[in-house]
Write a protein that binds this ligand. Structure first.
Ligand SMILES: O=C(O)CCC(=O)C(=O)O
Ligand SMILES: [Fe+2]
Length: 396
């Protein structure tokens, strides 16, 4: 048997004629759907490892061939200098406005007594969170999509790269996030997971490239991302549990990763330090997490996703993807208004029977909680019916 990767040695060919690597073991059986015909999933590693035909002409921002190949081979790619600082300045300004809206709301509601209007971009949210625990969660789920975020998400240079991953027709995926990672805050420390674990199983065959864009130098001290290189080659979603600690996040136990890939997670995990102006491209099948923020600054970042519009979105039928580019229509107009008018956080909470109407509610709820065994009930999962029938009756 040949070893596929000299770096990690994660995968071996199951036979010498096999084109794609197979993990040594696959753990694709969901605890809640063992009886369902839809389970276990059939692994589709080729979706995540096949470089599509590349655009004939080189367009601004596009990656070198070796970078595209690395993205498909390792499951992620760090590009240290992609944006000019001036391109990210409007984004920072927009986040500042979001924090200001949050501060005013909390102040009016009697939740905080000091809005800290003069505090810096990397400090203000922490000062607010210190007065009202969970402010970071309220901001996380606020879902405001200011013009600067829209421009970033649909910027030509970025979409030119996305075209290298998924082809010329491109939609924005409804799951996008502004990460409000204040120092040492469990609510913003995302444990090991594959992004597919938050979606329906029918989206397994959809490659969704994510751009993870920090608004400062992201490093191991302030909580950068960590990846399991080549972990996407499993081509399926491993068994997650729900929810991690006092959070709404699904959790992929290290023991599951180690069993599936025959590795030592501590040794295999790679830190993705990214300077301001850079970004990480990752795919939706790779196990990753973010480290705790031990600095004294807010580690702001945005994660934005795309997909081929003809493929399943996997967001539980709650919100569609937003067409951004159509082949042969260079002047295609993006319908931001309709997209932004749909509050996915509200819908995903309602979908699991929770009314998220209180503007000071610091919990997050969603259908992914029904996909995985609820091994750790907490205030975020309190509204769930966790019996097996709720899973089976749930939209798959
Ligand atoms: O920014 C983080 O802390 C986690 C991001 C993440 O998991 C993602 O972008 O998929
Ligand atoms: Fe993620």
């Amino acid at each position: 048997m040949a070893s596929l990767s000299k770096v990690t040695g994660l995968f071996r060919f199951s036979s010498s004629s096999s084109r794609f690597a197979r993990p040594l073991q696959q753990a694709a059986v969901f605890v809640r759907c063992q009886q369902s015909t839809a389970c276990p999933q059939v692994p589709v590693p080729e979706v995540y490892t096949t470089v599509p035909p590349q655009p004939r002409e080189k367009k601004p921002g596009q990656l070198e061939r070796w970078q595209v190949e690395q993205y498909f081979d390792k499951g992620f790619l760090v590009v240290p200098n992609f944006f000019k600082k001036s391109e990210l300045e409007p984004v920072i300004k927009a986040v500042e406005e979001c924090v200001d809206i949050l501060a005013n709301k909390l102040y009016k509601g009697g939740k905080i007594t000091n809005k800290h209007e003069n505090a810096g971009f990397y400090e203000r949210l922490t000062l607010i969170e210190n007065q009202f625990k969970g402010s970071t969660v309220i901001l996380h789920k606020m879902g405001y999509l200011p013009k600067a975020f829209r421009d970033l998400w649909s910027g030509d240079r970025l979409l030119n790269v996305v075209e290298q991953f998924i082809g010329p027709n491109i939609s924005g995926h409804p799951v996008w996030n502004l990460r409000t990672k204040t120092p040492q805050n469990e609510q913003t420390t995302v444990p090991w997971h594959q992004d597919n674990a938050y979606l329906d199983q029918d989206a397994l065959g959809t490659l969704m490239p994510t751009a993870w864009i920090p608004l400062l130098d992201a490093n191991t001290l302030n909580g950068c991302m960590q990846m399991i290189p080549e972990g996407h080659k499993v081509g399926t979603t491993l068994t997650h549990t729900c929810c991690a600690g006092d959070t709404w996040y699904v959790d992929l136990p290290e023991s599951e990763i180690e069993k599936a890939y025959n590795i030592n997670v501590r040794k295999a995990a790679v830190n993705c330090e990214v300077p301001f102006g850079g970004l990480v491209f990752l795919n939706n099948c790779i196990p990753h997490r973010s480290l705790e923020n031990f600095s004294d600054k807010v580690r702001w970042s945005l994660d934005l996703r795309w997909q081929d519009p003809s493929k399943p979105v996997g967001f539980h039928g709650l919100k569609d993807a937003l067409p951004m580019r159509k082949e042969g229509q260079p002047d295609y107009n993006i319908n931001w208004e309709d997209f932004a008018a749909i509050d996915r956080n509200k819908l995903q909470a309602e979908d699991v029977g929770y009314n998220d109407a209180n503007e000071f509610d610091t919990t997050i709820h969603g259908p992914w909680m029904l996909r995985w065994e609820n091994t750790h009930p907490n205030r975020h999962t309190a509204s769930l019916k966790t019996d097996a029938s709720s899973w089976h009756s749930h939209k798959a």
